[in-house]
Design a protein around this ligand. Structure first.
Ligand SMILES: [Zn+2]
Length: 220
């Protein structure tokens, strides 16, 4: 049970900074969960498909990158809403279990560059991997290092991105990767070029297989 000062503190916080639904951003009551009843009831169905020429074996996404999820994910990535990972994590875990199973030896994620992590204060895919991993019973291991020079995907076209991404990642600890069936987590899958390149270096480092799970996918 909360003590009185903590209770008053939380009530004040809710008054100044009212809670909003993680997905639709509508106001929710102070005692409510982070999802409004409508969004809590509408759990998205996982989506998956083939990606020709990709280095990973299979991919699944918890949802499509469309409204209202798109705006929610943008707040998660760019507006400091890091706690959204606690809401997304179970969806991601559900997608993995439904489409990829649980036969993995290593849970890892597509890292952002150190510069970006420093600016943002967190690595969103690391948070997703941790939240999903709690349900899957695996603690994520950091295996990839991203070089700082790669421009952000939103500023360049898809074709440029394919060329641009090559050489963007290094495996920091090949010993942790060798012989492992890897589950690779990323936030948004667009062309798949980023996760494919990350998969390529993991396989090159000796991973047995790489399957990909993303929170959202843009292309149907
Ligand atoms: Zn809602």
């Amino acid at each position: 049970m909360q003590d009185a000062p903590l209770k008053i503190g939380n009530a004040l916080k809710d008054l100044i900074w009212p809670r909003r639904c993680v997905i639709c951003h509508k106001l929710v009551g102070p005692s409510a969960d982070r999802l409004c009843p409508a969004c809590a009831a509408a759990v998205p169905e996982p989506v998956s498909g083939a990606r020709r020429g990709a280095h990973y074996r299979r991919w699944v996404s918890a949802l499509w990158y469309e409204e209202p999820f798109r705006a929610s994910i943008l707040r998660f990535k760019f507006n400091g809403c890091r706690f959204y990972a606690d809401c997304y994590g179970p969806w991601l875990a559900k997608a993995v279990e439904a489409r990829l199973g649980r036969d993995f030896d290593l849970l890892t994620y597509v890292a952002v560059s150190s510069l970006r992590r420093w600016r943002r204060g967190y690595d969103q895919s690391a948070l997703l991997a941790k939240a999903a991993g709690e349900i899957l019973g695996m603690a994520p291991v950091s295996t990839l290092r991203k070089r700082n020079r790669t421009p952000q995907s939103k500023t360049i076209g898809h074709e440029d991105r394919q060329d641009n991404i090559r050489g963007a990642f290094q495996v920091r600890n090949p010993d942790a990767v060798r012989g492992k069936r890897v589950l690779l987590i990323d936030d948004v899958l667009t062309t798949g070029a980023t996760v494919s390149e990350a998969s390529r270096v993991l396989l090159e480092a000796g991973a047995k297989s790489v399957d990909v799970a993303t929170l959202a996918a843009t292309e149907k």
